[in-house]
Write a protein that binds this ligand. Structure first.
Ligand code: PLP
Length: 449
């Protein structure tokens, strides 16, 4: 089918996620056709280097035949088995066990979802369940961070703090609270590490005091905020927030949907700070985008409390037809094998160190206010004036405009409101591929001068 007729079908029928409906009609769709390694080719035959790993997900890179084989073999043998009513399949059982092994501490119990949003939604539902069955039903309020993104389910979109996800959706709903993001570049209390950490800890304490600890269920955060503009908190921040949540007797939920599976260096960002959350959400890199899958890891303590206190003889009524889907699970197992035995996690660590060094060279560019990176996750904040941090004029910083400039130069990145370029290259990148991403990015910035 020609690109033109596909575009017409798309315009008339596909309601795209997180897109302007009117804008989409005018702009038309960009159709991707094929991909290999770190490169994608669109339907017009343009090859681009993918500096964003799809949507921060294709961590192992494109075109791994062993993943295709794992999916095909599973589809042939058993394409579907429910996880409901204590049925199951071998890949789902093995994947749950492998994730329990890889996740920190006593996160030993795995609840499968289809992606990140429903992993977050599962966390929210099960947190309510946990407090109800353990006799503290008033603990319902949730605290999360400004600039946070936790998906777009009807409950999770409230934990998300990005305005577009609230506007005209009657969110945030009652019971949702936010504290300031640990955003050193624009932190009123100063950008040094200790000030940023102290401000967040004080904000969490103050918020819990305001609501009353007896009413607060949990604090949710991303170890590095992604869609809010790749906000990289200082080292020690995550640990301080985890400890504060423990002291305040509220659950600590780490959303590792982006940061999981080597994106920031270690398998999970929590590991770098020796943090064991009460719950951890993951998706994206779990299957590297080859099949939809997410997971919620639950600590032994929370799991036990639910298991021991749930009403006997009544199932815990939360689940999806595709929870623990055997094909997604088989894909997940092979992707996890590639990270470890296939050496992709180690390659990502080397590539991440190189990426951080190369990106730092962009700091002298007249449009760059700040370069921030942790491993293969980076944000570049653009400004009109480096000294005053004044923002670019609105038309220059429209996300679509920045994206299109990069695309024309053969690099895919994403631009977020507030003039921030987000980058998340696949972990399989070589040093020369990282160099190519950064060179094309510099060219894109030069074009804007
Ligand atoms: N949590 C975080 C931190 C995310 O970045 C995302 C998606 O980008 C989600 C949750 C939602 O995941 P999904 O889009 O798979 O539903």
């Amino acid at each position: 089918m020609s690109v033109n007729s596909l575009e017409a079908l798309d315009r008339n029928h596909w309601v795209h996620p997180v897109a302007s409906w009117a804008g989409h009609e005018k702009r038309g769709v960009t159709i991707m056709k094929s991909a290999r390694g770190a490169f994608v080719t669109d339907a017009d035959g343009h090859e681009l280097i993918d500096g964003f790993a799809g949507l921060w997900c294709v961590n192992v890179g494109y075109g791994h035949e062993s993943i295709v084989q794992a999916a095909a073999a599973q589809m042939r043998e058993l394409p579907y088995a429910t996880g409901y009513f204590s049925f199951g399949s071998e890949p789902a059982i093995r994947l749950a066990a492998r994730l329990a092994e890889l996740t920190p501490g006593d996160l030993n119990h795995i609840y499968f979802s289809l992606g990140g949003s429903d992993a977050v939604d599962s966390a929210l539902r099960l947190i309510r369940y946990y407090y109800n069955v353990t006799g503290r039903p008033a603990k319902k309020q949730i605290i999360s961070l400004e600039r946070g993104y936790h998906g777009s389910s009807s409950t999770g979109a409230g934990v998300t703090a990005l305005p577009a996800f609230h506007l005209h959706f009657d969110l945030p709903a009652e019971g949702q609270h936010y504290i300031a993001s640990p955003y050193p570049y624009r932190n009123p209390a100063g950008s040094d590490d200790a000030a940023v950490i102290a401000a967040s800890v004080a904000a969490l304490r103050a918020k819990v005091e305001e609501i009353g600890a007896d009413n607060v269920a949990a604090f949710f955060c991303e170890p590095v905020q992604g869609s809010g503009g790749v906000v990289v908190p200082p080292r020690g921040w995550l640990k301080a927030m985890r400890e504060t949540a423990r002291e305040l007797d509220i659950l600590f939920v780490a959303d590792e949907v982006i940061t999981g599976f080597g994106r920031t260096g270690p398998m999970f960002a929590c590991e770098a700070e020796d943090v064991v959350p009460d719950m951890m959400t993951m998706a994206k890199g779990l299957t590297s985008g080859y099949a939809p899958l997410g997971a919620l890891a639950i600590s032994e303590r929370v799991y036990r409390a639910i298991a021991d206190n749930a009403p006997a003889g009544s199932p815990i009524g939360h689940g999806y037809t595709y929870s623990g889907h055997p094909v997604s699970a088989a894909v997940g197992l092979e992707v996890l094998r590639l990270y470890t035995e296939g050496g992709i996690l180690a390659n990502g660590q080397r590539a991440g160190a190189h990426f951080e060094r190369k990106l730092a060279e962009l700091a002298d560019h007249p449009l760059v206010g700040e370069v921030r990176a942790r491993g293969l996750l980076a944000g570049i904040e653009l400004v009109a004036d480096k000294a005053t941090k004044e923002k670019l004029p609105r038309e220059a910083r429209l996300s679509e405009h920045l994206f299109a400039r990069g695309y024309a130069n053969g690099v895919i990145f994403r631009a977020f409101a507030d003039d921030i370029i987000g980058l998340a290259p696949p972990l399989c990148c070589s040093e020369s591929e990282i160099d190519l991403i950064v060179a094309r990015l510099r060219q894109t910035l030069d074009d804007m001068l």
